[in-house]
Design a protein around this ligand. Structure first.
Ligand code: PEP
Ligand code: MG
Length: 581
């Protein structure tokens, strides 16, 4: 019988295929005693699991090397193989089996727990990182001992619909290379980074389903409708047919919109809005250009630090930024400096656990504290700026002091490069993200010292309405059209224009077609979004007159609640664009 679940649609499109369950939870281990005569057999069983684990790791390594060359991800696998061969781990576990007459799983779990508390006591991020490596390897051996298949995206070799309790941004990053038709998770919300990555990779996705990971088994047929936030498990034949039709229709609409991709994003009366793309991965550039982007409005460089065990060197940063500058030419690219924190955590860089990571040492705060890392990144951006048009964007600026400090660090790096005779763009622009209410409230002061603004509505909404953007229980409060958010946007545009600087928006609101008219009418100079939203936003802009947009923006500022505004805008947009709303 078919079952239908409703969640939050985070990435459009329809994926139909067989489920592949990713189980990230720790494996449950039972304790049982082993007869003295069976100890040898228990030890052999353990060695078999070790051999199988090694075989699996070697296969993964081979696959990664074939796909990505020798370096990078494959070295993580080498570390895991070394751990697997570590005598201490094996010896300690065997000792427990022999002395306590217990099963190998139990013995291994005991050793892993001892290792974990030993590593926990050491206050060194590198060592802490090794701890998570050991845990990964330990879980692999345990799964092989109890005969559970290892569900990892590394081992995918056919098209699947990924189902998980939650996915880390690193998991989603891996989907980049894999054949993932769609994904659905228990956790998550529209602006969690997993959702953002899904949109930029154009993988249909529904999140916040609460219990999908316990409702589906690997291999069951599923439909993920990323347009309406619906997942159907074991669809009936007529549902299956209906969704195949819907999938075809969706593809038809998208291909129709793509006809405008090379036309300017201009209203009928010639008002131009720059439409740019947000990217997380450098190799998205050809794709975003094919969707009609006029440059990169946000490159989230923190993704350079994810899914790897060593920090990127200055040379690695430089090569990527240089390639970006060259490939995006004649357009420009905005490189946002490291914005780690919140749900974008990487074990390598993140220090002590913070009770409130979203309010913690993240983004520009982190960079200003770790100036060596910050300077390394700025040096690479400056050096790359000699090869094309690059701009620098500082994330999570809370007030003028942080902007001044960031600018002072850049000035120091410029000075250093100059003294060494290394070329860079002397007029490179420095922008501030407006995504914290304190910045929005003091935007007139920031406008005097920034070269441009970029409004990050994902965080601006999170901090204005005090809701965790990744928490599905408060997702209903996540209101881009809340009057407080609209007033902050308006205030930012007014302050920027009165100082003669441009204002962009790079939060997800910029790519929400329901908001396009309002944003154009409010005077945003640039909208930067995921590639998949570009065609529809462009089509809307090309179908209206500027005054229509300005009137709508004016009217909604007189309404009092998000609900009223959404209703009003929904009706207006529905009558103008019945094909989309
Ligand atoms: C934002 O907060 O709107 C933004 C664009 O930054 P991020 O989503 O990476 O936090
Ligand atoms: Mg942000």
């Amino acid at each position: 019988m078919s079952r239908t679940l409703k969640g939050i649609q985070v990435s459009s499109g329809i994926g139909i295929g067989r489920a592949f369950l990713i189980d990230r939870r720790k494996i449950k281990v039972e304790k049982y005693s082993v007869d003295v005569r069976d100890i040898q057999r228990e030890i052999e069983r353990f060695h078999k699991a070790l051999d199988l684990s090694k075989k699996q790791l070697l296969e993964i390594k081979e696959k990664l090397v074939a796909e990505m060359g020798k370096k990078g991800h494959a070295s993580i696998v080498d570390v895991h193989i070394l751990i697997l061969e570590d005598e201490m781990l094996v010896r300690e576990a065997m000792k427990i089996v022999e002395k306590e007459h217990v099963n190998a799983e139990w013995a291994l779990r005991k050793v892993l727990t001892q290792f974990a508390s030993f590593f926990e006591a050491i206050d060194d991020p590198y060592i802490k990182d090794r701890r998570s490596d050991i845990e990964h390897v330990g879980e692999r051996i345990l799964r092989n001992l109890v005969g559970k298949t290892i569900s990892s995206l590394d081992s995918l070799d056919h098209d699947v619909v990924v189902i998980a309790h939650d996915l880390s941004p690193a998991d989603t990053a891996q989907m980049h290379r894999e054949k993932v038709l769609a994904f659905a998770t228990d956790m998550g919300s529209k602006t969690s980074h997993t959702a953002i990555t899904a949109r930029s990779l154009e993988i249909p996705a529904v999140v916040g389903l609460e219990s999908i990971s316990v409702s589906v088994k690997t291999g069951e047929p599923v439909i993920v409708d990323g347009n309406d936030g619906i997942v159907i498990i074991n669809p009936e034949p007529e549902e299956f047919r209906k969704y195949l039709d819907k999938q075809k229709h969706y593809k038809y609409i998208v291909s129709g919109l793509l006809k405008f991709k090379d036309q300017p994003a201009e209203t009928l009366d010639g008002y131009h809005v720059e439409l740019k793309a947000n990217i997380e991965f450098f190799d998205e550039i050809p794709h975003v250009l094919s969707r009609g982007a006029e440059g990169i409005g946000l490159y989230r460089t923190e993704f350079l630090y994810m899914d790897r065990k060593t920090l990127p060197t200055e040379e690695e940063h430089f090569q990527i930024y240089k390639n970006l500058a060259e490939q995006i030419s004649p357009y420009s690219a905005v490189i946002r400096t490291l914005d780690l924190g919140g749900d974008k955590i990487t074990s390598k860089l993140h220090e002590a656990d913070e009770p409130n990571p979203v309010l913690g040492l993240r983004a520009i705060r982190f960079s200003l504290k770790h100036q060596d890392l910050f300077m390394l990144q700025l040096r690479a951006i400056l050096r790359a700026s000699a090869y094309g048009k690059l701009k620098i964007l500082y994330p999570m600026i809370s007030g003028i002091d942080e902007l001044r400090q960031a600018k002072a660090v850049l000035a120091e790096v410029k000075h250093e490069l100059e003294s060494k005779g290394i070329g860079f763009d002397k007029g490179i622009q420095e922008g501030a993200m407006i995504e914290i209410p304190s910045a929005a409230m003091t935007v007139d002061l920031l406008a005097k010292e920034a070269d441009f603004f970029s409004i990050g509505t994902n965080d601006l909404i999170q901090y204005s309405i005090a809701i965790d953007r990744g928490n599905e229980h408060v997702a209903y409060l996540y209101e881009p059209l809340h009057p407080s958010v609209l007033r902050s946007i308006k205030k930012t545009v007014t302050a920027a224009h009165s100082q003669g600087i441009k204002v962009a928006m790079c939060g997800e609101m910029a790519g929400d077609p329901l908001c396009t008219l309002i944003l154009v009418g409010m005077g945003l100079d640039e909208l930067s979004m995921n590639a998949s939203s570009l065609p529809v936003v462009k089509k809307i802009i090309r179908s209206i007159r500027y005054q229509q947009a300005a009137n709508l923006a004016y009217c909604i500022m007189t309404l009092s609640s998000a609900e009223e505004i959404e209703g009003y805008v929904g009706r207006e947009m529905g009558s103008l664009f019945p094909e989309f709303f």
